[in-house]
Design a protein around this ligand. Structure first.
Ligand code: FES
Length: 124
């Protein structure tokens, strides 16, 4: 996945909070053509640090939050996909438990005084 160096601003989430955003994703096909999709990403603040992830579970592709905006486990220590309950470490995206064979898909972020810059477009 490649960020295409176009940015949009989102509000910085508070500790233990998530801010979701839409982004455009281009998928290149084997025949050289491409498809444009609207995807969702989210910025999470955990232990004072920010990370951005694609809202796309690596197990079967579901959004992690079947209840919109709810990503954290009950104890607040992991991000959970609510489809089959894969659990991910909030800062590394690593799969901690459940049916995930890999971690979350990272997105770039830039922390700025006025908020957080996140990708507007990516190529998958
Ligand atoms: S789709 Fe996320 S755990 Fe299955």
């Amino acid at each position: 996945m490649v960020d295409l160096d176009e940015w949009q601003m989102v509000v910085r989430p508070g500790e233990g909070e998530v801010v979701c955003f839409d982004l455009q994703a281009r998928v290149s096909l084997a025949d050289g053509s491409g498809v444009e999709l609207t995807e969702q990403g989210f910025v999470v603040c955990f232990q004072g640090q920010l990370r951005a992830w694609r809202n796309h579970c690596p197990h079967a592709g579901s959004p992690l939050d079947w209840v919109p905006g709810q990503f954290f486990s009950d104890d607040g220590r992991s991000l959970v996909c609510h489809t089959h309950y894969a659990a991910f470490e909030p800062l590394s995206g690593e799969c901690l438990a459940g049916p995930c064979a890999r971690g979350l898909y990272p997105l770039s972020i830039k922390e700025l005084d006025e908020g957080v810059a996140v990708p507007l477009r990516v190529e998958l």
